[in-house]
Design a protein around this ligand. Sequence first.
Ligand SMILES: C[S@@+](CC[C@H](N)C(=O)[O-])C[C@H]1O[C@@H](n2cnc3c(N)ncnc32)[C@H](O)[C@@H]1O
Length: 216
Amino acid sequence: MNLWADFLTNDDLLMHKWTHYFPIYERHIERFRNRDVTLLEIGVSHGGSLRMWSRFLGPYAKIVGIDINETCKLAENSEVNVRIGSQADPAFLDSVIAEFGVPDIVIDDGSHMMEHVNATFDHLYHKLPKNSVYLVEDLHTAYWEEYGGGLRHPGSFIEKSKHLIDSLNADHARGQLQPDEFTRHTSGMHFYDSVIVFEKQTLASKRDMPIGKPLV
Ligand SMILES: C[S@@+](CC[C@H](N)C(=O)[O-])C[C@H]1O[C@@H](n2cnc3c(N)ncnc32)[C@H](O)[C@@H]1O
């Protein structure tokens, strides 16, 4: 099964996806298939996407969606869990973690308001385990004023992420930056049209390691 084929032949619940997201999903989420992992999708809508993740990830995966709209509960089935609350409410996010465990995969497809996207990331990212992935979708809204964004607007998640590039590389800034938790636990940031993907690893053994004989 590939996700794109699954999407094109979907006759289950409705989902809304940009077509160029599918190669991104396959690149970053494929490795979790048929493993005991928890996926948290923020923004359920009709629930088609949660069902797709369940088909893609297989029988060991725990699939959880959150949404502010009570109707989204209707998307629940034996494979898919839905909880109602706001992505910007830390107590609600903690209750979801208490019930289902810390997610290995987070997909933020919720309100797309910068305030919410930032709050959710700030609350969840540092809790995620090593080998996890945090994917934020529809970041074209980071350029739109009505979503709290705007070109180079300091509150936009794109702007925040630009600064995080420096944190990722803080070890190499010759003392000008203090390595922090983000530095220590992030292995990569991937920028796509409207999507940013963060990958976590614990980089205890990161070092420049010469191996082999010099030429002269
Ligand atoms: C783009 S839709 C989700 C689409 C779904 N992920 C899919 O791929 O089919 C966005 C959803 O986010 C929900 N939403 C809006 N504000 C929210 C908030 N503060 N917390 C959680 N969900 C929110 C909306 O109710 C809506 O169902």
